[in-house]
Design a protein around this ligand. Sequence first.
Ligand SMILES: Cc1cc2nc3c(=O)[nH]c(=O)nc-3n(C[C@H](O)[C@H](O)[C@H](O)COP(=O)(O)OP(=O)(O)OC[C@H]3O[C@@H](n4cnc5c(N)ncnc54)[C@H](O)[C@@H]3O)c2cc1C
Length: 494
Amino acid sequence: MIEIDADIAVIGAGFSGSLIAMLLHRMGLRPVLVDRGSHPRFAVGESSTPVANLILEGLAHRYDLPRIAPLANYASWKRTYPEIVCGLKRGFSYFHHEFGRDFQPRTDRANELLVAASLTNEDADTHWLRSDFDRFLAAEVERMEIPYFDQTSIEQLIPRGDGWELNGRSESLQEAINIRADFMIDASGEGGFLAKTLGIEPHPDNMKTRSRGLFSHFTDVARWGDLYADRGGDRSGHPYPCDDAALHHVFDGGWMWVLPFDNGVTSAGFALDPDRFPRETSGSPETEWATMMDRLPAVAEQFARAKLIVPWRQTGRMQRRLSRSAGPNWVMLPNTAAFHDPLHSTGNTFTLIGIERLMDMFERCWGRPELEGELRKYDALVQKEVEFIDLVVSGSFAGFRQFERMIAMSMFYFATSIFSEEERRAGRVAKGAAFLSADRPELRTALNQAVQDISDPAVSSADFTARITAAIKPFNRVGLCDPLRLNMYPYEFS
Ligand SMILES: Cc1cc2nc3c(=O)[nH]c(=O)nc-3n(C[C@H](O)[C@H](O)[C@H](O)COP(=O)(O)OP(=O)(O)OC[C@H]3O[C@@H](n4cnc5c(N)ncnc54)[C@H](O)[C@@H]3O)c2cc1C
């Protein structure tokens, strides 16, 4: 029998569980990390953002993790860890397609949106090849001699006084395991460890966003920028090469992500509205993929020679939201408490914001009665953030039909995330401030109104955009919604 006494048991050794275990260790606490699987393993959730990288860098410096810091930037990652595969992310690229029609670039760029997230490759964001990235972080956990048990299932969770007793079995060590911990952090994501063991119900409001996924990894995917130029598109007006990005192919009822890594592998997949594209009638993954390619001829050309290199994932509805994300001696990371959709790459940044907020809380309140109240505040803020992201993402889905409305709706995301980036760079953001300024009542009111307006034929697209332009004004530092920019937004910070 393996017996462990810990301050905090972290369940789930994805990037978030491994990272928080290291931070807790550096803070002087005794974490133990448990995962039912082992590395390397396939995972999606690959795209970082400027705010995600600022948080990662800040945490690495604050908690003296010099081996983690280089991962917060494309150039330093490549220089320091060329063997850990990543991809170059200079921004967010969106192209609007109509079913059955070839993509045709327009001189007014009305069917494109490019928002830069960096000035050069030197300061760019990354796509994380999660099998490599997560394996590296878990190996760092072991290097720091933090107790880490992979292939370990926890079969029993017993409240003991103010803490917990966890009983299970480690398959890798072929032994029973008994862990006593004062506190639990659930980083199990979709696994929903605490939701299952404590019987935490889904949130009664659920989510407005509705999508299901079909995705995998491929080789031999063509560069979209080349196909765009072949069709007469002017690439010189793009603020960065449009493939060096989280590339979104958008259409009525869904969208597709294309994230290229530097080793020739590309992560790609569809997020589809299940009411428009029911799973019951979609057929096998191969059939559904072929059907989508038939509908999207330009995308079909991009994937004409693509080879699948890991098995298809074809999911049911992806959204999940729990009614609680924290209790007196436990907490869930944001990605465990809720998941929306990969649109606009909110997942990893949200998770990192949660980690930063928790570390601040532990530093101030560990071992003190105030912790319980702080955890209540954490839960309330996470729920607000979940609702805010849900409105932005579901509103964007509603706008896929009329792309100019999707562009306007996405400005709630871009204005607030660029604002947060600028505030962070200037050292003005309090640790754990709300993701996307989701706690600002006037912004939430405007966002709610926009979600109502977006499908309302009585509201013209010009009025719709004008209302959003006014709503985001206090956050809009980089000229978003300026019609003279023709949907091309270069990076504005130096
Ligand atoms: C299709 C899709 C695309 C996405 N794309 C993006 C994107 O582009 N950008 C972005 O920011 N976010 C994206 N996300 C969200 C992203 O996946 C998450 O933010 C990210 O994976 C969080 O990582 P994590 O380490 O918290 O959890 P995970 O990567 O889910 O890791 C959870 C770990 O917990 C372990 N586990 C689960 N249950 C148990 C259990 N009972 N006991 C022990 N261990 C357990 C698992 O084995 C796993 O190792 C996407 C999500 C999906 C579904």
